[in-house]
Design a protein around this ligand. Structure first.
Ligand code: FAD
Length: 299
C-alpha cells in the first residue's frame, strides 16, 4: 500500500514527492499528463538555469529525479476519492489505497458558460454526485460532461436517481457508456427553472426536464476531489494552511490548485511544504499490520 498518493505530476506534486520519497515514505504519484508545464516552451524565470529551459525538459527532469529517489509514477486519470479510515483513490483503470493524499492537479478550469449554471448552484446544480445524490432519490437527473469523470459521476447516481442522462453539450463522448445511462449530445442554450432548477433547453428548442444537474466537465480538479471528501473549497480553490494541510486530516494540497501566484517557483515551494507536512502526519500514525515493509498494494 502507498502511504501517500500524490495526484498530479507537475512541479507541485513532483516537488512534494522529492521530500516524501527521500524520507522513505512509500509514494505513488498519479498524473494524467504534463499539465501546465507541457504547454510552456520557454521558461526563463526559474532558479538554476543560465539559459531558458522548456517546460517538457523541466518536467522530465523532475519526474526522473522523483523516480530515482524511489517514488512510483502512474500515468492515469483520477476520477474520485473517498475516505473510510484510509483514502481510496479511484482512477480510470483501478483503485489505490493510502494513509494520506496530496492534491496537486494544477489550476482549476472554469465551468462552461451555460446561462443558469451559476444561478442554480445549490438549487439543483451540484458539483459532487457522492455528496448530493441522496437529495435526488427517485428523481430524474442529468450529468454535464463527456469524459471518464462525467461517467464516474453518472455511475454514482444510477443507484439513487430514477433516470440519469449524460448531457455532452455538443461534445463527442470520450468514454464507453453503460446502458443504464441515457445520452443526449445536443448543445444546450440554458438551464430552466424558477426558484429551483427544473431542466434545460437545447439549441433545437426542445426542453428536457430534470431536478438536478451534476457538473463534471473535463477532468476532475483538485477542488472537485476535495469537495467529495468534504474539505473546504472557496471560489474553486482548496482552503489550506501555509503548510498545505487542509481541514481534513491526511489531505494536503499544493500548487496552482490553491490559487495565488500561478508560477513554478510557488508550486515547487508549496509542494516542499506540503510534502514535509505529509511526512510528519504519516509518521505520527499508528503502524498498521502489513505496512511495515513499506509495500504498495494495488488492486
Ligand atoms: C502557457 C504557459 C506558460 C507558463 N510559463 C511560465 C513561466 O515562464 N514561468 C513560471 O514560473 N510559470 C509558468 N507557467 C505556470 C506554471 O506552468 C504553473 O504555475 C505550474 O506548472 C503549476 O504547477 P502545478 O504542479 O500546480 O500544476 P500543473 O503543472 O498544471 O500540473 C498538474 C498535474 O495534475 C495532473 N492532473 C490534473 N487533473 C488530474 C486528474 N484528475 N487525475 C490525475 N492527474 C491529474 C496533470 O496531468 C498534471 O500532471 C506557465 C503556464 C502556462 C499554461
Amino acid at each position: 500500500m502507498a502511504k501517500l498518493i500524490i495526484v498530479g505530476k507537475g512541479p507541485a506534486g513532483i516537488s512534494a514527492a522529492l521530500y516524501t520519497a527521500r524520507a522513505k515514505i512509500p509514494t505513488l504519484i498519479i498524473g494524467r499528463d504534463g499539465g501546465a508545464l507541457a504547454k510552456t516552451d520557454r521558461i526563463e524565470n526559474y532558479y538554476g538555469f543560465a539559459e531558458p529551459v522548456s517546460g517538457t525538459e523541466l518536467l522530465e527532469a523532475g519526474i526522473a529525479n522523483a523516480k530515482r529517489l524511489g517514488a512510483e509514477i502512474l500515468e492515469d486519470e483520477v476520477v474520485g476519492i473517498s475516505w473510510d479510515e484510509q483514502f481510496t483513490v479511484r482512477t480510470k483503470s483501478g483503485s489505490y489505497i493510502a494513509d494520506a493524499v496530496l492534491l496537486a492537479t494544477g489550476a482549476a478550469r472554469s465551468a462552461p458558460a451555460i446561462p443558469g449554471l451559476k444561478e442554480y448552484e445549490g438549487r439543483g446544480v451540484s458539483y459532487c454526485a457522492v455528496c448530493d445524490a441522496f437529495f435526488y432519490r427517485e428523481k430524474e437527473v442529468a450529468v454535464l460532461g463527456s469524459g471518464e469523470y462525467a461517467l464516474h459521476e453518472a455511475l454514482e447516481l444510477v443507484h439513487t436517481a430514477r433516470r440519469v442522462t449524460l448531457l455532452t453539450n455538443g461534445e463527442k463522448l470520450s468514454a464507453a457508456l453503460p446502458e443504464q445511462i441515457h445520452l443526449d449530445t445536443r448543445p444546450l442554450t440554458r438551464l430552466t427553472g424558477e426558484d429551483v432548477l427544473t431542466g434545460a433547453e437545447f439549441q433545437t428548442g426542445d426542453p428536457l426536464a430534470f431536478a438536478g444537474l451534476f457538473v463534471a466537465v473535463g477532468v476532475a480538479s483538485s477542488s472537485d476531489l476535495a469537495k467529495k471528501l468534504g474539505a473546504s473549497v472557496e471560489q474553486n480553490r482548496i482552503v489550506a494552511q501555509p503548510d498545505g494541510s487542509t481541514d481534513l486530516p491526511g489531505l494536503f494540497a499544493a500548487g496552482d490548485c490553491r490559487g495565488g501566484l500561478l508560477q513554478i517557483a510557488k508550486a515547487v515551494s508549496e509542494g516542499a511544504l506540503a510534502g514535509t507536512a505529509a511526512i510528519q502526519y504519516i509518521r505520527k500514525l499508528p503502524i498498521s499490520v502489513g505496512n511495515e515493509e513499506g509495500q504498495m498494494a494495488f488492486f
